[in-house]
Design a protein around this ligand. Sequence first.
Ligand code: C2E
Ligand code: MG
Ligand code: MG
Length: 349
Amino acid sequence: YCHLTSDIFAVCMPSDMESIYRVIDSIQTSMNHYPVNFEMVMSFGIYIITEKDKQERIPVVTMVDRAAIAQRVKNNYMNKIAVFDDKIAEKEYAEQNVIMEMNNALGSDQFHIYLQPKVDMITGRIVGSEALVRWIHPTKGVISPVDFVPIFEGNGFISEIDFYMLEQVCKMIRRWLDKGLEAKPVSVNLSRSNLYSPRILNDIMTCVERYSVPHDLIEFEITESAFAVDNIHLNQLMEQLQKNHFRVLMDDFGSGYSSLNALRELSVDILKIDIKFLPVSQNDKRADIILRSVTQMADQLGLEMVVEGVETEAQADLLKKMGCRIAQGFLYYRPMPIEEYERVLKKQK
Ligand code: C2E
Ligand code: MG
Ligand code: MG
């Protein structure tokens, strides 16, 4: 056994699961007795060395990497022990491909903005939109952000994407203003890995000023999972953004572990709830009560609310009855290229 780096250790031992679990148990027990006043949560990645590995002389460092990948890919709050398997190997391969291609993709304009309108459900009118990234790959076609955003979040490349998106959005709004087109607010997603960079506010201001975009036309969506990590620091950033007249949204409210706490500690302007985290239906009384209460709470806190993922008329009717007004969802519009959004807005006018 050895210490690898920071808080990571490696153990090489006979590969029967029973003794592995015994070792894990004993590590956990001894850590629980360690005199610190916070909970230490441990996670374990396992790679089983095969005969083939021995024949192929797979280096130890690769085996350790694979254990680490299993730990990273499969672990979650409930599942602290993960074994590397074929599925993870496939995922690893796909991830490596994405990582190999990402810089070239950014350099050759393969990332594009799609806009999904936010709609006032009472009037049916578009009140703004969210900018969502799409990777349009020369051979693979359109790649969805769920297939690369988590990878970029893992390796830090997401900062480049988020700023690229912000810059493209600023450019787009500048063009709307110059051409006398209608310009409605656009929200940009900011990943949590950006939020702790000391330069972030400066970078945002520089970008927005370069295109002289009025600040009330840009909003920032920060996912709820970003809160909870360091709320004091995050709140400073959010207050600075608000002081500069940008509006801040809490995205995916209710999907994480600490929604209410985050809401208490942080100054946001808009709560965004994804209906998939709280599927409402005509006969689901409990979901109905929760959503109704969240709506009232937002109202009393003076926050606007946007409900995303609205797919059916029934959902929209229920939401309207509860006093929700702004929705984003396939019922109204899917995310679309900029030119199409411009056409839709023109038609509405
Ligand atoms: P998000 O920010 O919560 O964005 C909303 C997602 O819900 C979008 O998925 C949108 O297409 C989808 N959606 C909207 N209405 C409906 C509906 O009625 N039904 C269903 N089933 N889905 C709906 P998308 O575009 O695939 O993006 C997924 C996530 O990827 C986003 O979730 C966001 O977390 C991330 N993402 C996208 N673009 C960016 C970006 O530029 N930067 C960062 N950091 N993350 C991004
Ligand atoms: Mg969002
Ligand atoms: Mg969301």
